[in-house]
Design a binder for this molecule. Structure first.
Ligand code: ADE
Ligand code: ZN
Length: 348
């Protein structure tokens, strides 16, 4: 296997510039941001089994395909059992991301994967970690609780009710994740209606492995404000044109194929999305689990797609514009991004 990450970028843009590029990440699962050593320690402290072969100290997670990746991810999230665990994971995720130029990150997290902890306790931990990282390195983050689609529509309604019972300005929306084979978007209409009425923004994973119909359901039935992955819509010319016309933000993930490093990034899909005129952004999905951090995704995307400075700046700002942050926060960050983009241009 040989990716451009190992041979160094061939884009005209320097690594120094791409590292410094201000980045906003919209599609990143908290459970996929746990370094292997931390996962092993948390698992041991709570008596959870993570196969030794999957969590190698000082190394990467090991799994052969998407389904195995989800099993490892579930074991890691089962190891997060206290507010302090959530605080530590959130802080670590944001500190690592900030060192690669991430200025804003939305964390998805699946409250249903942590049955031993109440939702308010999880939130308390995430907020503490987010505040500590923001105070220390200035990275801003928001929280998007996600429905685990494997647990069905009724449990999803219960979850959304719990989210609404405990509002917080940092909880900006809901998502829908896990195995697409286990739950079509149409099962979650009631949960999405409730969330929308409560003023939450809506995103959903669709078209990652499934077919274009699922993307259509996410648009028409869930009425999402943003789509995660969405690649399957490329197979349907009409749907693809619709995404281009609406400019709905699509939070795509560069290295989403499992396991990363053994396959190239989703270069074909990203090129097709660009050619079709979609408004997509670059994301890491599960950086610790898959391997590459967001800046690695940017390095590879810049190389593979031959980015110019204009392209890099466009992707930087598209991430921010697609975020669920409130308008004053977005306005403040936009001003910061624009000033920073200008400042670092000579590094390009
Ligand atoms: N949870 C974490 N990563 C995911 C992905 N790529 N698809 C669905 N659910 C996920
Ligand atoms: Zn995802």
């Amino acid at each position: 296997m040989n990716t451009s990450l190992e041979t160094g970028p061939t884009t005209g843009l320097s690594k120094e510039y791409l590292l410094a590029l201000p980045k906003a990440e919209l599609h990143c699962h908290l459970g996929g941001c746990v370094p292997t050593e931390m996962a092993a320690r948390l698992a041991k402290s709570h008596g959870v089994e993570i196969p030794e072969s999957a969590v190698r100290h000082g190394g990467r997670y090991r799994f052969a395909n998407f389904d195995e990746g989800l099993i490892v991810l579930n074991a890691v999230t089962s190891s997060m059992q206290t507010a302090r665990d959530f605080e530590e994971v959130t802080y670590e995720s944001l500190k690592v991301a900030a060192s690669g130029g991430v200025r804003y990150r939305e964390h998805y997290f699946d409250p249903q994967n942590h049955p031993k902890l109440s939702y308010p306790e999880m939130l308390k931990g995430i907020l503490a970690g987010a505040q500590a990282a923001e105070d220390e390195v200035g990275v801003v983050s928001r929280i998007v609780p996600a429905i685990n689609r494997e647990l069905g529509g009724e449990a999803a309604v219960e979850l959304v009710r719990e989210i609404i019972r405990h509002p917080h300005e940092y909880v900006v929306g809901i998502g829908l994740d896990s195995d697409e084979k286990a739950g079509r978007p149409s099962e979650f209409v009631a949960a999405y209606d409730l969330a929308r009425e409560a003023g939450l923004k809506l995103s959903a994973h669709a078209g990652e492995h499934g077919n274009p119909d699922e993307v259509e359901e996410a648009l028409d039935l869930l009425k999402v404000d943003r789509l995660d992955h969405g690649y399957a819509a490329l197979e349907d010319a009409e749907l693809s044109s619709r995404l281009a016309a609406s400019q709905l933000p699509v939070a795509a993930c560069w290295f989403v194929d499992y396991p990363a490093w053994e396959v190239p990034g989703r270069i074909r899909d990203h090129k097709a999305m660009a050619a079709a005129g979609w408004n997509f952004t670059i994301n890491s999905d599960d950086p610790a689990l898959i391997g590459p951090e967001l800046h690695d995704c940017y390095f590879d995307a810049a190389t593979q797609m031959g980015w110019t400075v204009d392209d890099a700046e466009r992707y930087s700002l598209a991430g921010l514009e697609g975020s669920f942050a409130d308008s004053p926060t977005k306005d403040r960050l936009r001003a910061e991004f624009e000033a920073e983009l200008e400042r670092i241009r000579p590094l390009a």
